[in-house]
Design a protein around this ligand. Sequence first.
Ligand SMILES: Nc1nc2c(ncn2[C@@H]2O[C@H](COP(=O)(O)OP(=O)(O)O)[C@@H](O)[C@H]2O)c(=O)[nH]1
Ligand SMILES: [Mg+2]
Length: 296
Amino acid sequence: MKTVAGTVAILGRPNVGKSTLLNRIVGEKLAIVTPKPQTTRNRILGVYNGERGQIVFVDTPGVHGAKKELNRFMVSEALGIIPDVDAALLLIEAGTDRPGDAEDAILRGLGDASCPVILAINKVDTLKDKAALLPALVHWNERKELRALVPISARTGTNVDRLVGELWALLPEGPPLYGPDTLTDRTERFLASELIREQLFLTLRQEVPYAIAIVVDAWEERASDVVISASIIVERDSQRAIVLGKGGAMIREVGTRARGAISELLQRPAHLKLHVKVQPDWTTSPQALAELGYRA
Ligand SMILES: Nc1nc2c(ncn2[C@@H]2O[C@H](COP(=O)(O)OP(=O)(O)O)[C@@H](O)[C@H]2O)c(=O)[nH]1
Ligand SMILES: [Mg+2]
């Protein structure tokens, strides 16, 4: 049998579970996940090798009304991938009965690119009564551009195999795009910096995580471990104080947790040195954004 290979974008509004789904499908933690919206800032590619061939999934930032420069970059990361993929998964949460602004924008982009799309209705594990899905199914079913509707739970894995199974038919025949050992296009440095950002999102209150970027300053491989120095960039002195915490308690806690996650990722012990630096207006300055990896 001929093999199939292609790219599939995972698109949707913030917080619907796109990154959770990517991790679930590839079986590794490539994308960070938090209960807060707008955690993911860059496209992250995850390679899935299955019975019929290879699917390259692209996790994207959530599509939302964007004002700040950083947010505009995030939305362009998501919508800008559409012309380059073979198919798309539009992810919504159970309970989203009709398309909102985000879904409209995504479906418009997919329509313009004649890109086939499957709707995945996520978080069905939160439904007590599965019949509650029916009104949504009826409404979404009216959208002729949807090739399939699949209720799933990215968290528990329910129906994720079926969802992936629906994708093969949308992809072209061809050899694998990536070698059998390639899991992602992202470097260990990037993944490690994301794990630091994840802990900051999980630990810090409200707005502070949105003002944070991470720069890995040094990465020293030693015989049996790795020493990583990283800067936590914030916009204001007040945010620096919050990240440090009383007597440095907050940053110590973040450092301990991130070190654990990074050691797990790298499959070897990691040591982490964190510094907090203030760089005013990095979220609005195009030049600063580009230097921090948020390049338009
Ligand atoms: N109950 C439930 N929660 C989920 C599911 N998938 C994701 N979540 C949660 O939804 C939140 C946002 O997930 P995330 O993957 O970061 O969403 P993203 O912004 O679309 O990438 C996190 O707290 C996840 O644990 C699911 O299938 N069921
Ligand atoms: Mg995400």
